[in-house]
Structure formats: structure tokens, C-alpha cells
Design a protein around this ligand. Structure first.
Ligand code: KIV
Ligand code: ZN
Length: 515
């Protein structure tokens, strides 16, 4: 690409911290959200949707802290067209100053009007306009979303869009809330708005597609082809139900096939994609499938002999993107050894995006030395895993694994002895189980007296070699709060399982403390 015209820029609106976090089990604490927000800023997204401040005091605090500390992107807060929501969102984004945005939404489709809102069309237009005007009292930058737009009558959708732009909306976002639309239809919808809303040039059109039919990226691309200039998306495509348009896929599709989209481009620093994906996966506990486009472990792996032969002769025979362009270089790179000092460690963590000082540095460095003692090679992925365990929210009374001993074998009853620290208190117990992991988790249940139901347990090697760290992801259902995911890694998979399970319990406790 040579010269890039401003009119061809597609803004990337990242909603990992809002719609992404709505994914069952993906909830994050304040420190985790800040870490993601910093990674998004490094990725150079244009707008970070930091949360839905009215939803809980924790959401408010996260949006406020992100607005206060993150420099670069605009910071958006979601609100219904309800005064209290909008006032709360206004206070939450205030520290971002001119970069603060309020995103108000109201459903417009017949099905939502009739069954959810019980409002006539005129009332919807009135409430949408009032919502935008109210938001304007707090910020200049106001975004409006007609929820379920893709199932809204086109002429009514155009009427709403015109009215909210007249009221001061500077961005109009067209959501495919239930992932129902298909590319041709959605493209036509955007074109229709471009051609039938007289004041459309006064606002930027965004699109927000869900992935229920696996079409979120395809629908967003077709919208861009038809004039949308903002795409709302999440890292790894996480989000409500089947998720949202995946940031890495839309960005790399526009970059790799800019010829097909009239030169449309984004300003994303693509070399940051891979590590941001890993970070979000670590912090949310949501595993990235191996064959996931762009960021899956197999995305650049060539298995068949014919492909390998072609690759050796000329990379582009089977590779349409350069792995380095999305930052796939360091996963298997040796970075630090057991003799690396604190300074080298701190500097290296800095390049990975973790700014460590004081106690946090000390804690992470000790964890690194422990790991380097057990494991010959320490890779970037190992370090990210260490950080996940260090920065995860630790509510008062959080449990930390102090000691684990399991006895197992084909003729022994698997038994675990576990010691947990909770604040100043040290708690110990033992139990038998169907296997060493089951025994360890049962013992944790006995100590914590919290009984979650294990719904999923997956184990993956995150680095290479026989001494690779095993990464365990668990999903646990708690009767009162639903699903929580947790992740942990260790060279010992029983220890990783126990830590991942504790990670869920600590998240559960943190949410209970916030509720
Ligand atoms: O999917 C949706 O409609 C939303 C809106 C709040 C934009 O997430
Ligand atoms: Zn959504």
C-alpha cells in the first residue's frame, strides 16, 4: 500500500472489556482489565470500550481507572438510554477528557419493540434522541447503537439514525446483535443508510457483528466494502454467546486483501496481535482453539509433506501472511535463564508490556527463579503465564497454594495433601479421589468449603520440550454466580490443575465481594 487516504481508514473499536467480558466465565478483575487496556493501547486500537459502568461498582471503577490511566485510544463507556446510566457513564469516562465517549443504545427491531420494550416506533425515536442529548451534556463524542439493527425495518432504521445524528451522535453503530444477518444483506443495509439518511456524512458508521452463524468477520468486511468506517470487535473473538467479530481476523483480512476493499486499512500495530491474544486468553481463562485463524497454535504450522516442501522452496506457496507480521516469533524463543538477574528480568518483562516495580517485581522475579530451577528453558509464554498468576485479582482471603503432595499409581488409591494460605492463615487437609487431580480438587473443596462443579478441564503444553509447562484451563460452575474460568501453568500438571481451580475459586470470591 502506498498513500493512505483518511477516508479509507477503518477505526478499530475494541470491546473485549465490555462485550468480550460478557462471555460466560470470562470476567476479569480491575488489575486484569488494566493489563488488557494497556495491551490494547500498544496494539493501537482507536477506541477501547472499557465497560458498562452502571452494571456494578467494579465495572464503574474499571472504566474510571482505564479512563484515568490509559493514554492514546478513546475510552468509551456503555449506557442504556436511561438518565442514571448516562450520568454514571459520564462520570466514569470523565478522566479521559476529550477522549471520553459515551455509547448509548436502544433496541429498534419490531421483535424488541413489541416484546422487550413494549414501545411504539415514535417512543423509540424519542428515547434515542433524549439519550443522545443527555450524553452530550457530558461528552462531545457520543455513539448511538440501534440494538438488533439488522432485524429492524430499513426505513425505520434510517429514521432513527437520522434523528440521533441530528441530536448530536458522532458515531452510529449498526449491530447485528443476534448474529442473524448474512454478508450481502448486511452490506445492503449499510449502503441503504449511506444513500437514504440525509445527514449520514456527519457521523461515522460502525458495525458490531456477533458470530452466531460464524459470519461476524464476513459481515463486517461486507459492511466496510459498503461504507462502514469502524468495526467493533474483540480479541480472540470472545463475547456474548458465540462471540463477536474477531479483531485479529478483521485486521489481517483488511491488510492481506486490501485490494478487495478499495484500500481500506486500519492503524493496528499488527506485530502486537499474538501476544495480546495470549494475554487475553491467560487473563480470561478462555482457551484459543488450535486452528483459530491468525492466533491459533496451528495457524502457521505446516504438517503435510507437500506443503512443507513448497514452503521450503518459496514461503508464499502456502503462506498468505508472514507470521512475524502478527508477532508470532517469540513463543519458542529462549529469553531468560536462571542466571539472569533482576535487572534483565525487569527489562525483558517491560518489553512484554509488564511494568514491574517494588513488591510486584519481587514476586514475579521469585516465581521466575522457581520456574527456571525446574525448567531448563524459560520462554516468553512462560513469563506471561507467571504474570497471569501474579496479577490475577486477589480478593482479601484469596487462597494461594502453599504445598501439594499427591500419591498415585496404578495400584494405589490416589491421595492428595494440600496446604493453602489465606491471608495469615494456613489450612491443610487431605482427600482421596478418582485420580491425582480429582484428589487435589476434592481436598481444595474440603479446605475452602466452596463447592464448584468442574465443567471442563483442558491441558495443553504451552512451550516445547519434555519440560514444557502444562497449561490447564478449567471451567467451574458455582450455583449462585454461574461459570468461572481459570488458567494456570506448571511443569507439573496436577499442580497446574490445582492452581487453575484455585484461580476460579479466587475469582468467585472476588465477584462475591463486589456483588
Ligand atoms: O450486540 C449488541 O447489540 C451490543 C450493543 C450494546 C451495541 O452489544
Ligand atoms: Zn454485542
Amino acid at each position: 500500500m502506498t498513500s493512505k487516504a483518511k477516508k479509507d481508514q477503518v477505526l478499530i473499536f475494541d470491546t473485549t472489556l465490555r462485550d468480550g467480558e460478557q462471555c460466560p466465565g470470562a470476567s476479569m478483575g480491575l488489575q486484569e482489565k488494566l493489563q488488557v487496556a494497556r495491551a490494547l493501547a500498544r496494539l493501537n486500537v482507536d477506541i477501547i470500550e472499557a465497560g458498562f459502568p452502571i452494571a456494578s461498582p467494579g465495572d464503574f471503577e474499571a472504566v474510571h481507572e482505564i479512563a484515568r490511566t490509559i493514554k492514546g485510544p478513546r475510552i468509551a463507556a456503555l449506557a442504556r438510554c436511561v438518565d442514571k446510566d448516562i450520568e454514571t457513564a459520564g462520570r466514569a469516562v470523565a478522566p479521559a477528557g476529550k477522549r471520553g465517549r459515551i455509547h448509548v443504545f436502544l433496541a429498534t427491531s419490531a421483535i424488541h419493540r413489541q416484546f422487550k420494550l413494549r414501545k411504539a416506533k415514535e417512543e423509540i425515536v424519542k428515547a434515542a434522541v433524549a439519550g443522545v442529548k443527555k450524553a452530550k451534556e457530558f461528552v462531545d463524542d457520543v455513539q448511538f447503537s440501534p440494538e438488533d439493527a439488522s432485524r429492524t425495518e430499513l426505513d425505520f432504521l434510517a429514521e432513527v439514525v437520522e434523528a440521533v445524528i441530528d441530536a448530536g451522535a458522532t458515531t452510529v453503530n449498526i449491530p447485528d446483535t443476534v448474529g442473524y444477518t448474512v454478508p450481502e444483506e448486511f452490506g445492503k443495509c449499510i449502503r441503504y443508510l449511506k444513500e437514504n439518511v440525509p445527514n449520514i456524512d456527519k457521523a461515522v458508521i460502525h458495525v458490531h457483528c456477533h458470530n452466531d452463524l460464524g459470519l461476524a468477520v464476513a459481515n463486517s468486511l461486507e459492511a466496510v466494502r459498503n461504507g462502514a468506517r469502524g468495526v467493533e470487535c474483540t480479541i480472540n473473538g470472545i463475547g456474548e454467546r458465540a462471540g463477536n467479530c474477531s479483531l485479529e481476523e478483521i485486521v489481517m483480512a483488511l491488510r492481506t486483501r486490501h485490494d478487495s476493499f478499495g484500500g481500506a486499512y486500519t492503524n493496528i500495530k499488527t506485530t502486537e496481535i499474538f501476544r495480546t491474544s495470549r494475554l487475553v486468553s491467560q487473563l480470561t481463562g478462555l482457551h484459543v482453539q488450535r486452528n483459530k485463524a491468525i492466533v491459533g497454535a496451528n495457524a502457521f504450522a505446516h504438517e503435510s509433506g507437500i506443503h512443507q516442501d513448497g514452503m521450503l522452496k518459496e514461503r508464499t506457496t502456502y503462506e498468505i501472511m508472514n507470521p512475524e507480521d502478527v508477532g508470532v516469533t517469540s513463543g519458542t524463543e529462549l529469553v531468560l535463564g536462571k542466571h539472569s538477574g533482576r535487572h534483565a528480568f525487569r527489562e525483558h518483562m517491560n518489553t512484554l508490556g509488564f511494568k514491574l516495580t517494588g513488591d510486584a517485581l519481587e514476586q514475579a522475579f521469585n516465581a521466575f527463579i522457581d520456574l527456571a530451577d525446574k525448567k531448563k528453558h524459560v520462554y516468553d509464554d512462560d513469563l506471561v503465564a507467571i504474570m497471569q498468576q501474579n496479577i490475577s485479582q486477589q480478593p482479601p482471603g484469596a487462597y494461594v497454594l502453599n504445598y501439594l503432595h499427591v500419591s498415585t499409581g496404578n495400584v494405589t488409591v490416589p491421595t492428595a495433601t494440600v496446604r493453602l494460605a489465606s491471608g495469615e492463615e494456613i489450612l491443610e487437609d487431605a482427600a482421596c479421589g478418582d485420580g491425582p487431580v480429582d484428589a487435589a480438587l476434592k481436598t481444595i473443596d474440603r479446605i475452602t468449603k466452596i463447592h464448584g462443579t468442574l465443567e471442563d478441564f483442558t491441558l495443553q503444553a504451552i512451550t516445547t520440550g519434555k519440560d514444557a509447562q502444562g497449561e490447564v484451563t478449567v471451567t467451574v460452575r458455582f450455583e449462585d454466580l454461574g461459570l468461572m474460568s481459570g488458567k494456570a501453568s506448571s511443569t507439573d500438571i496436577v499442580e497446574a490443575g490445582a492452581k487453575a481451580y484455585l484461580n476460579c475459586i479466587n475469582r468467585y470470591l472476588a465477584q462475591k465481594a463486589q456483588a
